[in-house]
Design a protein around this ligand. Structure first.
Ligand code: PLP
Length: 497
């Protein structure tokens, strides 16, 4: 220990202005708008591999210096408008301060004894969004408000946990009738959280092909339902996706709801990405049919501009929450009001205060405007890609996710053979890696079968536009960066052929 240091001082107010010190580091980082940051894995790993647990408490100035010089340079510039590749958004300025509030209060939402009235606020916030999704009348919510044995939904740490909880509930529901061969069915574009759920719950997961619009082929879904039934399996849930991770496509929600009704199967909609559109007057129609789902996942940390660690799951019928009730005698008792009765997670922060803040400070009109900007931007980008012979647009973006690939010159204006596509795949793989390493702009990369290419697996580039600061200039800058890198790669390609 350093001299005169008392451990108690850590728990007393300090006159060290840590806010100012950190603000200084962070604003520097956020102001670096010109590049998204180079990343040398080896160098960084070598550096961190010498990390040790210190014996003594460090001096705060030294520690802040470490943050500035070591931690912050490692971070991804997610707020940079040329960073167009992932579902992580820049945050409104007030969010870090709400975070400070949440962490200073350090309430534990698992039980009322550790969160008092915030448990009731959490239930009311869930009720508000529940009404936006399912549109029940005020009488319904009057009854719901009085019945603490159920819940309209839960907060989770993200979409994965929400999907997992939904599958857990659906599987528990069918298990009550003593079945053992259980299946879940959705499209091939289902998020991999459903693979995790199927593995954890020990159920079969069936992935049904999608059509050229990247929507599940409903006739094949029905075939699979019949096939499972014929084989003596019980289907716990049909999964529809509202905003696929690769293309942003929205499954035919009405038709899937119809199948659910016809065969008495739980319908879950994974609206982790597009669910936020419920708050938008202009774009809510994209989600037509969502109100017919039995459960719905929405991520707060995607299009709701809440920070990482916020997901939600809603139950059309609050009775469904009984399938996941777990209680403990020392707390989280059955007759309590504790939200921990319904959550897979235990100790949990009061992250719903971010939702409370966003609903008040962004508001429905604010969300409307943000989504309009993003959806307009994606159309502009699609046009640039379509008009440029260097690129092939691979989806007609209905929402703010777009897929395309670069076509090297020697393959343009000809019928591409499967062998050509293998070379183009490799080319796009290299292109995305080079672009990431160069660090001026960023898009992500994935691989999928494409019906317009005889179901061949193609490597593609993926753009997600969420950041309200993105404009045409940033998108053109990103494409030009790509073309410049591609020209270099093409010269190697020419040399090799
Ligand atoms: C992001 C996403 C998920 C997973 O959510 P996390 O918050 O990353 O756990 C699941 N499904 C879809 C459609 C998503 O977009």
């Amino acid at each position: 220990m350093t001299e005169n240091f008392s451990i108690k001082s850590l728990f007393e107010p300090s006159d060290y202005n840590i806010n100012q010190a950190l603000d200084y580091c962070i604003s520097d980082f956020l102001a670096q708008s010109d590049e998204v940051g180079c990343f040398n894995k080896q160098e960084i790993d070598n550096f961190f591999s010498t990390l040790k647990i210190p014996e003594n408490t460090a001096n705060m100035d030294d520690y802040i210096k470490d943050i500035k010089e070591i931690i912050i340079p490692m971070c991804s510039h997610l707020a940079n408008p040329s960073y167009l590749g992932h579902m992580t958004s820049p945050l409104p300025w007030f969010i870090p301060q709400i975070g400070r509030l949440i962490q200073s209060l350090n309430q534990n939402m698992v039980k009322m004894e550790t969160s008092r009235g915030l448990t009731l606020l959490e239930r009311q916030l869930l009720r508000l969004l529940h009404q936006e999704i399912f549109h029940f009348n005020d009488d319904f919510y009057f009854d719901v408000n009085k019945d603490f044995s159920k819940t309209t939904g839960i907060f989770t740490s993200g979409g994965t946990m929400a999907n997992l909880t939904a599958m857990w509930g659906a599987v528990s529901q069918v298990k009550q009738s003593g079945v053992n061969k259980i299946a879940v069915i959705g499209s091939e574009l289902m998020h991999y959280s459903f693979d995790k759920a199927s593995s954890l719950l020990g159920v079969e997961l069936y992935r049904i092909p999608v059509d050229h619009q990247n929507q599940i082929v409903v006739t094949e879904l029905e075939q699979q339902i019949k096939k499972c039934r014929a084989e003596g399996m019980t289907i716990a849930a049909l999964v529809a996706i509202a905003g696929t991770t690769d293309f942003g496509s929205i499954d035919p929600l009405h038709q899937i709801a119809e199948l659910g009704r016809k065969y008495h199967i739980h319908v879950h909609v994974d609206a982790a990405w597009a669910g936020a559109f419920i708050l938008s007057k202009q774009h809510v129609s994209l989600l037509s049919g969502l109100e017919r789902a039995d459960s719905v996942t929405i991520d707060g940390h995607k299009q709701m501009f809440m920070p990482i660690g916020t997901g939600m799951l809603f139950f059309k019928d609050p009775q469904f929450s009984q399938n996941i009730v777990h209680t403990a005698p020392y707390a989280v008792r059955r007759a309590s009001l504790d939200q921990g009765r319904f959550t897979l997670e235990g100790t949990r922060p009061a992250n719903m205060l971010y939702l409370h803040a966003c609903l008040h400070l962004i508001g429905k009109n604010g969300y409307d405007e943000i989504f309009s900007v993003a959806l307009n931007n994606i159309k502009i980008l699609a046009k640039h890609i379509q008009e440029n012979p260097c690129f092939e647009l691979l989806n007609d973006p209905k929402i703010n996710i777009l897929s395309y690939r670069y076509i090297p010159r020697i393959f343009r204006n000809k019928m591409m053979t499967p062998e050509d596509n293998i070379i183009i795949n490799h080319f796009n793989y290299q292109l995305q890696k080079e672009q990431r390493n160069k660090g001026k702009s960023f898009v992500s990369r994935s691989i999928r079968k494409f019906s317009q290419h005889d179901n061949q697996e193609l490597v593609f580039l993926r753009v997600v536009i969420l950041n309200p600061n993105v404009n045409e200039e940033h998108m053109v800058y990103m494409l030009e960066d790509q073309i410049e890198i591609a020209k270099q790669l093409e010269s190697y390609l020419m040399a090799a052929s």
